[in-house]
Design a protein around this ligand. Structure first.
Ligand code: SF4
Length: 681
């Protein structure tokens, strides 16, 4: 039978690579990269090449499941949908809509997330709607919105090659966004300098012109010291500050105290090297700063992001091509899920539910008024459940038991729920706690759009049929909604997207027909608008009045520091071969073969002192729990710091991490915990 090739967008990271799925006899048999794609240009990483394999795995969910004692039994769709809609209505009647929490998924398309939040707000009447952006870039959304009026990457990935300084902090770009790292290498090959500031000596740090390793959790101190050097040496952009910003004096009142010497005492970075790096940034013509969760996952995550925004504005390095501030979003569609309004208090298109005019607009569109109160976040969920405030949790494609900090605490909360419904493609660790499990379709089985880290909305296309009775996520939600008395009659994702363009000014000029041409970057306000490659052109920010806002920031010590009992810093993250909780990458042969067990990175000096060699089993213990994994001695981590992943449920770093939250973005401090390390005899 003939082979078909279906053009689509990658499911893993926020880079947004494009490729063709090869389909024969109704099965996916391989991948051909798209040579003409703006971002991937024929490149893919290992995960991208193998992105389709999990979809055909024999463990895919094929029928709805209903709990019976400690097990599940298969059920018909009618029975399962009737049960869930009835139970949700009953819980809403008894405890109120605020007793129900709904979680969306950054792996699902925009259309699934949009209809989910509409169902939560218009049908259930709850604003308790959130998703995994809470764990990665909630502090970016909050911090950049305050500083610039928009919480997104200011530039395009395709602009990277023309930058003259690549400045990376808190991002292991080569392993987590490999195709973006390839664009950086292109710039470096053309003469760009490379500056990396990170506690871990990442692959990009090894080839950097300047590499600085800071003590974990001290970012505000070194960023303020950069500003200190730049202003004191007259390298700041006075005209830009005067014409395009406000709040400089208040910010400087704090930053003037952070001399390089003061910052050295806090961060451990030698003062002279810090000053050299600051000069390099300020003197570059087209510097691009890239950051990720090393900046955001702290109790000061929002302030860290605002500090970087301060730095960019002080130096006037924004509003031009190849010159700006670039949060690298993790999941394929975490940008789109935020855009679609799967955040408490934030209606689609970042429109606040505190604004009467906006509430009226959505009331007209949805036929009912969305809640005007601000719901709780996914990170506040476990405590709210244990306090009896949340009685039911509906999760579309999130594996919160494994991905959130302090797994024991999360497990206790999930067991306490009166109703837990999980909609997913595999029986994840979270689904095992559920009362009802709905089988959903995977990415190659559905139509829709993903929005990648540089704000490009791109199509995904159906290549194969789903297994068994698996149903599209949007259709499951619509079926539930109709049973609950709030009628929705979308015929498919294109019709949902069409409503999104009416609801969201940043998507207003888009249509599937226009996206066929390779995607559009928001804001795209009208059908003749070409999309926006870079934001804040000529220093006109997206805040009311058009000015960027400086915020004073002050160093705060992390909530838990090493001591005699727990002498190591623990930092957590991902490795290049796996994705989050491995529910998908753990079912792909090549990726499992390359990284089959949970490893913990330990500096060789620490290994020697503790009598630990590579390949030996070690036990890591924090105040919250203990895990056993295999040691890997490497100078990627400095002495006193270890690095572990949360990929393996049985040895997850999230048994060790704590749920200490940034007070603004409510993102957990996953990058700093105190632990002890012992050899397992
Ligand atoms: Fe997919 Fe990201 Fe790899 Fe590109 S870099 S192929 S988007 S995982």
């Amino acid at each position: 039978m003939d082979e078909r090739r279906v053009l689509t967008t990658c499911i893993w990271c926020g880079t947004g690579c494009s490729f063709y799925l090869r389909v024969r006899d109704g099965r996916m048999i391989g991948i051909v990269p798209s040579l003409s794609h703006r971002i991937s240009r024929g490149m893919l990483c290992a995960k991208g090449w193998k992105s389709y394999e999990f979809a055909g795995h024999h463990e895919r969910l094929k029928k709805p499941l209903i709990r019976e004692g400690n097990d599940f039994r298969e059920a018909s769709w009618d029975e399962a949908l009737d049960l869930v809609s009835g139970r949700l209505l009953e819980i809403k009647r008894r405890y109120g809509p605020e007793s129900i929490q709904v979680l969306g998924s950054a792996k699902c398309p925009n259309e699934d997330n949009y209809i989910l939040q509409r169902w939560a707000r218009a049908c259930i009447g709850t604003d308790n709607i959130d998703h995994c952006a809470r764990l990665c870039h909630a502090s970016t959304v909050a911090g950049l919105a305050r500083a610039f009026g928009s919480g997104a990457m200011t530039q395009s990935i395709s602009e990277i090659e023309n930058a003259d300084l690549i400045f990376i902090t808190g991002s292991n770009t080569a392993e987590q966004h490999p195709v973006i790292a390839a664009h950086m290498m292109r710039a470096i090959n053309r003469g760009a300098r490379l500056l990396v500031i990170d506690p871990r000596k990442t692959p990009m740090a090894r080839i950097a012109d300047i590499y600085l390793s800071q003590r974990p959790g001290t970012d505000i101190a070194w960023i303020n010291a950069f500003i200190n050097v730049i202003v004191n040496e007259g390298l700041h952009d006075k005209r830009f500050i005067e014409e395009h910003t406000e709040g400089f004096s208040e910010m400087w009142e704090k930053a003037k105290n952070y001399t390089p010497e003061v910052a050295e005492r806090i961060t451990g970075i030698p003062a002279d090297r810090l000053a050299s790096a600051a000069r390099l940034y300020a003197r570059s013509e087209r510097p691009m700063i890239f950051y990720s969760m090393g900046i955001t996952q702290h109790i000061t995550g929002t302030e860290n992001v605002m500090s970087l925004a301060n730095l960019v504005m002080v130096a006037g390095k924004i509003g031009r091509p190849s010159t700006g501030l670039c949060p690298l979003r993790g999941q394929n569609n975490v940008q789109g899920s935020c855009d679609a309004g799967v955040l408490p208090g934030t209606l689609p298109g970042y429109q606040p539910n505190s604004d009467e005019e906006i509430l009226r607009k959505f009331e007209a569109l949805w036929g009912t008024r969305p809640p005007s109160w601000k719901g709780i976040t996914s990170t506040q969920g476990p405590d709210a459940i244990l306090e009896g405030k949340i009685k039911a949790l509906y999760s579309m494609g999130e594996n919160i038991f494994s991905s959130h900090p302090d797994m024991n605490h999360m497990g206790e909360a999930l067991r306490r729920l009166e109703l837990l419904v999980v909609q997913d493609i595999f029986l994840t660790e979270t689904a095992r706690f559920a009362h009802v499990v709905f089988p959903a379709t995977a990415w190659p089985e559905k139509e829709g759009t993903f929005t990648c880290t540089d704000r490009a909305v791109q199509l995904i296309r159906k290549a194969v049929d789903p297994p068994g009775e698996a149903m599209d996520d949007w259709r499951i939600i619509q079926e539930l909604s109709n049973r609950m008395g709030y009628e929705m009659d979308f015929e498919g994702p294109e019709e949902i997207f069409s409503e999104m363009t009416k609801a969201m000014p940043i998507y207003a000029g888009m249509s599937y027909e226009r996206l066929e041409e390779g995607g559009l970057q928001w804001p795209c306000p009208s059908p003749d608008h070409p999309g926006t490659p870079y934001l804040h052109k000529d220093g006109v920010f997206r805040r009311p009045g058009g000015k960027g806002k400086f915020h004073p920031t002050e160093h705060v010590e992390p909530p838990e520091l090493p001591d005699e009992e727990y002498p190591f810093y623990l930092s957590t993250g991902r490795v290049s071969f796996h994705w989050h909780t491995r529910s998908m990458t753990g079912r792909i042969g090549l990726l499992e073969r390359e990284y089959p067990v949970s490893l913990v990175d330990i500096n060789p000096e620490d290994g020697k002192r503790l009598g630990i060699r590579s390949g030996e089993r070690v036990r890591i213990t924090s105040r919250r729990g203990s895990v056993e994994c295999v040691a890997r001695l490497t100078d990627e981590v400095p002495p006193g710091l270890i690095f572990a992943t949360f990929h393996y449920a049985e040895a997850s770093a999230n048994l060790l991490t704590m749920n200490a939250l940034d007070p603004t973005a409510l993102i957990p401090a996953l990058k700093v915990s105190a632990v002890r390390v012992e050899k397992v005899s």
